[in-house]
Design a protein around this ligand. Structure first.
Ligand SMILES: [Zn+2]
Length: 45
């Protein structure tokens, strides 16, 4: 499974989590448990 970076819009915490494009699962920030989490596009290496 691919991993994607996410950022919490509430506290600004950034984290990496397994990401499956087929599954639209609700994510919560591991720090503040807010649902305002947005996926960040990873920069090409
Ligand atoms: Zn947060």
């Amino acid at each position: 499974m691919a991993e994607a970076k996410f950022k919490c819009l509430r506290c600004g915490h950034e984290f990496t989590a397994p990401y499956d494009p087929k599954v639209t699962e609700e994510r919560a920030c591991p720090k503040c448990h807010s649902n305002s989490v947005r996926r960040i596009k990873e920069e090409s290496k």
